[in-house]
Design a protein around this ligand. Structure first.
Ligand SMILES: Nc1ncnc2c1ncn2[C@@H]1O[C@H](COP(=O)(O)OP(=O)(O)OP(=O)(O)O)[C@@H](O)[C@H]1O
Length: 265
């Protein structure tokens, strides 16, 4: 498919989400390549995916491939692994039948993926809600990827998985993910996605893009530092800078999880 040079995959304009308090305030952001969105617990990773799928109300605008999300119902080029999307169908195999009809899901690919993860027999005749958290996560990602989406929005695909399956999921994302966002708070698998962009969600703001290749070489230090690849505001008046090839600070990837970033202060 030819791509217009002006095409923007995902665009957020004055994007604001308010629950009891404001979570995102007037975010302006363009995402144009495969991106990892990192954020500590509660930073809004799931919320931004839900809003982009049109599942929750927001202020401002979200454009998927130039189309405002509010104006489309069931945009066929978009797929997500969010649980609420798969609450239809009694058993996993019923969800597969339905998605073959409505999303052109490739059932052969889905079956191959589940067999590769060694969970096919255990899950295919069960409802999604009866699966373990890890099994459900694998099934939902396999459903997402088997629809061969133009843009995929994948929330926390590595959660609740054993080390071997985490590596397998990283392999699937590298092979079958065309464009879109993957959210995570884990840092140790970043090395698998060196040619992707990264964004950091923190304290109601979204920072980036920075290439994952640069981010995994960065050390995190307190304060504003010249030549930093990224400077983020952790909380009112407290900043952290990400610097490449530095002899000071903590290596970001050594933190294991982005949740530990608060410990750098
Ligand atoms: N429907 C809702 N009503 C009220 N508050 C909500 C709602 N959904 C999310 N929140 C709040 O918004 C914040 C962000 O939640 P979200 O689930 O998007 O975070 P997250 O980055 O995905 O976190 P985690 O890594 O823990 O999954 C949290 O403080 C959460 O309590």
């Amino acid at each position: 498919m030819s791509r217009s040079k002006d095409r923007v995959m995902l665009e957020y304009k004055d994007f604001t989400i308010t629950f009891e308090s404001v979570l995102f305030q007037g975010v302006n952001l363009r995402i144009n390549s495969k991106s990892i969105m990192l954020g500590p617990n509660g930073s809004g990773k799931t919320t931004i995916i839900k809003a982009t799928c049109g599942l929750i109300p927001y202020e401002g605008h979200i454009y998927v491939d130039g189309i405002e999300v509010r104006k489309v119902r069931n945009y066929l080029g978009l797929s997500t692994n969010l649980e609420e999307v798969y609450s239809i169908g009694r058993k996993v195999k019923d969800i597969v039948y339905l998605f073959e009809e409505i999303k052109d899901l490739d059932a052969d690919m889905f079956n191959i993926l589940l067999k590769e993860a060694r969970i096919f027999e255990q899950v295919i005749n069960k409802p999604l809600y009866k699966l373990s958290a890890g099994q459900s996560s694998i099934v939902r990602l396999a459903l997402t990827l088997s629809t061969n989406p133009k843009i995929a929005l994948v929330d926390e695909p590595f959660e609740n998985l054993d080390p071997a399956r985490r590596v397998l999921i990283a392999k699937w994302l590298k092979e079958y993910f065309n464009e879109g966002i993957v959210t995570t708070h884990e840092l140790d698998l970043l090395r698998e996605f060196k040619d992707w962009d990264s964004f950091i969600l923190i304290n109601g703001k979204i920072y980036g893009p920075v290439s994952v290749a640069d981010l995994i070489e960065a050390n995190v230090v307190e304060g504003k530092v010249e030549n930093a690849i990224l400077t983020i505001e952790l909380q009112e008046g407290k900043t952290l800078s990400f610097i490449k090839n530095a002899q000071i600070g903590a290596k970001l990837t050594h933190l294991g999880s982005i949740d530990r970033i608060y410990g750098v202060m």
